[in-house]
Design a protein around this ligand. Structure first.
Ligand SMILES: [Zn+2]
Ligand SMILES: [Zn+2]
Length: 314
């Protein structure tokens, strides 16, 4: 997505090499109808209107232009699931209480006890499996659901696999960063991670301890499980169901919006007490002294540095 930076400042009416990729990006995430095809490199009305919808969703100024903040949001690593089910459901925004959304037609599991299994061919290390199991447990605390790990991949309700690039569904992965993972609405139960990411498991990165490439596995897992249970993306930046996750950020705590969303589908866990939970334990990994610092100042600085030096995610 880094290549999008070259479109900053482009104006409506211009024709720019590669601009069709921005249209495909916006279509992939639900801002241009699936029926649209044969995108040109022209900064046309379709693009302006899609950018405005995107800006509205991400609470950015609706300029209809590829300004710095908009492109800065687009190039963040993110979930591969779309933000909006379709244009109509986005513009009507039927959920007035929270910022969470459901998938179109509100699919849900018709049972509360679900099983999950890991694709045997991935030969995942046990600490990966435990990390993902911990992500399931976070949703079990707030709902009446249970998630049991079983060995049989074919029998499991939720099938967890790591893939790279094209892997037989409609969401091919794209190498490091960009799309990190995606998951299917109930009852499909397909849960896919991009195997080319620099995944961080229990604080240990797969490749190098780099602030610019590290992606926390548990954070992404917690998010994707929300989809597996029937939640779409939330426009609440603090929520786990917000679509983007900056590199080296650990964001695993279900927030009020996430909890309201899932409980509106399955009800609350009888042991769940809203008042004694959900203070955020989000942290920045590999930040040296900023390891224990609050998240926002660091992100703001990182973003400012990125804009000045043009190094974001490069
Ligand atoms: Zn997502
Ligand atoms: Zn997939």
């Amino acid at each position: 997505m880094d290549e999008f930076k070259k479109f900053i400042g482009a104006n409506a009416g211009e024709i720019i090499e590669g601009l069709s990729k921005v249209k495909r990006y916006l279509q992939h995430y639900g801002y241009i109808p699936d029926s649209a095809k044969n995108f040109t490199n022209s900064f046309d009305e379709t693009l302006v209107s899609a950018i405005k919808s995107y800006q509205q969703y991400y609470n950015l100024q609706q300029t209809g232009q590829l300004d710095t903040k908009t492109v800065g949001q687009m190039i963040l690593p993110r979930c591969g699931n779309r933000d909006v089910g379709n244009q109509t459901s986005h513009s009507s925004h039927v959920h007035s209480v929270g910022h969470f959304e459901y998938f179109p037609d509100n699919p849900r599991w018709d049972k509360l006890a679900l099983t999950f299994a890991f694709k045997p061919e991935n030969e995942l290390r046990e600490n990966y499996k435990k990390t993902i199991a911990r992500a399931f447990a976070r949703w079990a605390v707030v709902t009446p659901m249970t998630f049991t790990r079983i060995e049989s991949y074919s029998d499991a309700d939720i099938k967890i696999a790591f893939y790279s690039r094209e892997h037989g569904d409609e969401g091919p992965f794209d190498g490091p960063l960009g799309q990190l993972a995606h998951a299917f609405a109930p009852p499909a139960g397909l849960f896919h991670f991009d195997s080319e990411e620099n995944w961080v498991v229990e604080g240990e990165p797969l490749k190098s301890p780099s602030r610019f490439t590290a992606v926390d596995l548990e954070s992404v897992a917690v998010h994707e499980i929300g989809h597996l249970l029937g939640l779409g993306h939330s426009s609440d930046r603090d929520s786990v169901m917000f679509a983007t996750l900056p590199t080296s950020v650990r964001k695993v705590t279900l927030r009020r919006d996430d909890i309201a969303g899932v409980q509106s589908i399955y009800g609350a866990n009888s042991n769940f007490n809203e008042s004694d939970s959900q203070t955020s334990d989000d942290i920045v990994l590999f930040g040296g002294a900023s390891d224990v610092a609050p998240l926002w100042p660091f992100m703001t600085i990182l973003f400012a540095v990125a804009l000045v030096n043009n190094i974001f995610l490069s």
